[in-house]
Design a protein around this ligand. Structure first.
Ligand code: CP
Ligand code: NVA
Length: 302
């Protein structure tokens, strides 16, 4: 098992399946009010260089429920924001804490932090990947569909960190993925190439209708991710027709479910009607950030 949780393809399917089982077990215990203090007395440093609601709260509450403690560190109020190198921050944090969660821009920075830290480093989102989100997403699919095997997944929208993570997931878990992005907004070329080399069952198209045909799970995300705010208007034009609305949803399998990692921009990548429809499992998905991450932390830091 790798020391760190940096991207899904670092793990085997068996290792990640074990985390889903642990997540379900911890979720059941929490619902029953049963103690599950697997990280008693342990501390998690949470480094944020970008905004967050779900990631921050779910990691912090998750550590509390596991009997530990989490520290919120924003780069702007630490020495990192004043240029202290990540290799020094990593070495020092590892002397105090039992794990580090980081949300930042470059995947390379997270990898460097992991190299210089003796404790597990968890990727809380980079421009390249959002692996904790995928664990929550698949836990939600397992709950609603009884598993992920044999299902067809559709990604509609930007070829961003979430799209790259779905491609990694398809490569690890072996399910079919149908990706629709506008030309010029395709997922990362190296990520697509690696998945293809692993024999992943993925099709890429620029037609959302083609991507949702036969799909059991539809997923999307904002058109302008954190750091791309200045491109928002240009992207609104490029992504016209990539909205998951009721008409597009009707083209998927009848009992398809809809995921969105949130925050959502209603009327852009998804409509209010779809978010509030019975096919939406978006708020179960948001809740599952907590349970999935508790399993990741208990596995790596326990
Ligand atoms: N989905 C997600 O990561 O949400 P936050 O940006 O609120 O953490
Ligand atoms: N792709 C989005 C995900 C937010 C959780 C972003 O990076 O801003």
């Amino acid at each position: 098992m790798p020391k760190d949780f940096l991207k899904l393809t670092d793990f085997s399917r068996d290792e990640l399946d074990a985390m889903f089982r642990l997540a379900a077990d911890l979720k059941a215990k929490q619902k029953r009010g049963e103690a599950h203090r697997l990280l008693e007395g342990k501390s998690l440093a949470m480094i944020f260089e970008k905004s967050s609601t779900r990631t921050r709260v779910s990691f912090e509450v998750g550590m509390t429920q596991l009997g530990g403690h989490a520290l919120f560190l924003h780069s702007g109020t630490t020495q990192m924001g004043r240029g202290e190198p990540i290799r020094d921050t990593g070495r020092v944090m590892a002397r105090y804490c039992d794990g580090i969660m980081i949300r930042t821009f470059s995947q390379e920075a997270v990898e460097e932090l992991a190299r210089w830290s003796d404790v597990p480093v968890i990727n809380g989102l980079t421009d390249m990947y959002h692996p904790c989100q995928l664990m929550a997403d698949l836990l939600t699919v397992i709950e609603h569909k009884g598993g992920y095997e044999g299902l067809t997944f559709a990604w509609i929208g930007d070829g961003n960190n979430m799209a790259n993570s779905w491609i990694n997931a398809a490569a690890v878990f072996g399910f079919r993925l149908q990706v629709a992005t506008p030309e010029g907004y395709r997922p990362d070329a190296a990520v697509m190439k690696t998945a293809a080399e692993k024999g992943a069952d993925i099709v890429y198209t620029s037609d959302p209708a083609e991507a949702v045909a036969g799909a059991d799970v539809l997923s999307t995300d904002v058109w302008a991710s954190m750091g791309k705010e200045e491109e928002a208007e240009q992207r609104r034009q490029a992504f016209a027709g990539y909205c998951i609305d009721s008409a597009l949803l009707q083209r998927a399998n009848r009992d398809a479910i809809v995921l969105h990692c949130l925050p959502a921009h209603r009327g852009e990548e998804i409509t209010e009607e779809v978010i509030e429809s019975p096919q939406s499992v978006i708020f179960d998905q948001a809740e599952n950030r907590l349970h999935a991450q508790k399993a990741i932390m208990a596995t790596l830091m326990g």
